[in-house]
Design a protein around this ligand. Structure first.
Ligand SMILES: Nc1ncnc2c1ncn2[C@@H]1O[C@H](COP(=O)(O)OP(=O)(O)O)[C@@H](O)[C@H]1O
Ligand SMILES: O=P(O)(O)OC[C@H]1O[C@](O)(COP(=O)(O)O)[C@@H](O)[C@@H]1O
Ligand SMILES: [Mg+2]
Length: 479
């Protein structure tokens, strides 16, 4: 075995690579250890298989050929049977939620609090009010199993959230001053980048503080993990808007139901909502450019579908078609530096109305539905709630075991500890040459809006067997 200290890469036989996460002992030698209290917990001690083997790792790539290398692996999440690196009475944990809302945030908070208390006997847990800036500009909230008992039934986050306001040294000062030694950070790509620099500063100062990230993104655009919590709930809630659009469109002559859904850079919500519904005639996402006029364009398809069926439903992710209107408009950013998008849904629905009321004179009735915040300001559904519980418990087990600088999440169905750099290096997007997008195209029978040159390029790519194994094509759309 060969070790690279900087990246914590461990290489093994047959192309096996473990992208390991940092541990407190990497920079604080001779840390005392304690017997894992879970061994004496009546709920868990009887379940022999409950503890993970210290050497367990999870493969990132599970579709392999006979001779393909074993590839990247991550450390498996879960409780370690032998020892923990914190004594229960010593732990002072804090939880912060940052970025946009997502169904299930309260469940994750609840399960961190209950997990720490029930599994490890930890009772000093603080909630940081209002995102990263809450570390240095707001009061904290004391969290107990009793105070969080019912919160999973509510949407939003009981801690509040915010964008912007990430000041690393002030945050770490606050952690140090308050004597916090476990930091649970729940948030999206921006938040996890923030968590990475907090971890680096903590390490630079040599503090015994474990930093655990829990990925939150309604857009499902965080790489490596199978899916993010809240996504399932959002797709389910989007069905209500799509159903309404379908009922409205079907009730009038040449009715068009137009639904705009979230998805700044990634069209996963729109794609999965479309596939789930089967009432959608056209799905527009940021990853798949489209055009309006002429042969193969959107207007031509709308007219064709209306002539065939008398009504249609269009689902559009908010980031789709930005290139069509951005030229004339200046781009702006929010407090976190995220690009603020123009309302392309409203713009496109107007363009469609204008097109068909102009010289073209094909009378249409378009109903525009924008359920944007309604799909995320709700509690997690049953499946997301179970998922949130596993995420929270995995994070707690990781911190208690002394791991730090990690994000937790399922990789091919097994929860794993993933180093921050892997989560932060890219953003996951729908791959329009992958089979999931093909399933969508075949379900809606919409045009691909690709030129013949682009189709040939994609066909050539598909013929290459390497393409089927490399990159994140399988990982991306796999559920
Ligand atoms: N590159 C970065 N480095 C440090 N902090 C960041 C970075 N990007 C975003 N943040 C902080 O993370 C928090 C949430 O980011 P944001 O992009 O709003 O939401 P999300 O985490 O959902 O992507 C904000 O407080 C923001 O200041
Ligand atoms: O209006 P806000 O609160 O900035 O949030 C809206 C944005 O957040 C997003 O949901 C992305 O947030 P996450 O992926 O981090 O959950 C976008 O799709 C959307 O544009
Ligand atoms: Mg983000």
């Amino acid at each position: 075995m060969e070790n690279s200290i900087l990246q914590k890469l461990v290489k093994g036989d047959a192309g096996y690579v473990l992208e390991d996460v940092p541990h407190l002992t990497d920079y604080i030698p001779d840390l005392p250890t304690y017997p894992n209290p879970l061994r004496f917990n009546p709920a868990y001690s009887v379940v022999k298989q409950y503890f993970v083997n210290v050497d367990d790792t999870v493969a990132q790539k599970i579709v392999v050929h006979k001779d393909s290398p074993r590839g990247t692996h991550f450390r498996r999440a879960g409780p370690r049977q032998s020892v923990v690196y914190f004594e229960s009475s010593e732990v002072h944990a804090c939880i912060v939620t940052c970025g946009g809302l997502c169904p299930g945030l309260n469940t994750v908070i609840r399960e961190i609090v209950c997990g720490l208390y029930n599994m490890y006997g930890v009772s000093k847990i603080l909630g940081i009010d209002g995102g990263y800036r809450g570390f240095y500009s707001k009061n904290t909230i004391s969290l107990t199993p009793k105070s969080v008992n019912d919160i999973h039934k509510r949407g939003g986050t009981i801690l509040g959230t915010s964008r912007g306001g990430h000041d690393t040294s002030k945050i770490v000062d606050s952690i140090q001053d308050r004597g916090i030694n476990q930091v649970y950070i729940i948030g999206g790509d921006g938040t996890q980048k923030g968590a990475a620099v907090i971890y680096e500063e903590i390490r630079r100062r040599g503090l015994k503080v474990a930093v655990a990230g829990i990925p939150k993104t309604i857009d499902n655009d965080i790489p490596v993990i199978d899916r993010s919590f809240g996504f399932d709930t959002a797709v389910e809630e989007a069905q209500r808007a799509i159903n309404a659009a379908h009922v409205e469109a079907g009730s009038i002559e040449n009715g068009i139901g137009f639904v705009k859904l979230m998805g700044r850079y990634s069209g996963f919500i729109a794609m999965h909502s479309t596939l789930a519904s089967r009432d959608v005639d056209c799905c527009l996402i940021p990853e798949s450019p489209f055009f309006l006029e002429g042969k193969g364009g959107l207007y031509e398809f709308i007219e064709k579908r209306l002539k065939e069926n008398g009504h249609m439903v269009i689902v559009m992710a908010e980031g789709a078609g930005q290139d069509l209107l951005s030229e004339s408009l200046q781009s702006q950013e929010d407090a976190s530096g995220n690009k603020l998008l123009k309302d392309c849904g409203l713009w496109l629905s107007q363009k469609i109305k204008e097109h068909f009321s102009g010289p073209h004179k094909f009378c249409i009735n378009l109903k525009y539905i924008d359920p944007t915040y309604m799909i995320r300001a709700i509690p997690g559904n049953a499946s997301d709630n179970v998922y949130c519980t596993l995420l929270a418990q995995s994070a707690v087990h990781g911190a208690m075991a002394g791991y730090t600088g990690f994000t937790v999440g399922p990789v091919n169905g097994r929860h794993a500890y993933i180093p921050f750099n892997r989560i932060n290096e890219s953003q996951r997007q729908v791959v329009i040459t992958d089979r999931m997008w093909a399933r969508l195209l075949s379900s809606t029978n919409q045009p691909s809006f690709l030129s013949s040159k682009e189709v040939t390029e994609f066909e050539n790519q598909e013929q290459s067997p390497v393409q089927l194994l490399d990159g994140e094509i399988f990982v991306d759309n796999k559920f």
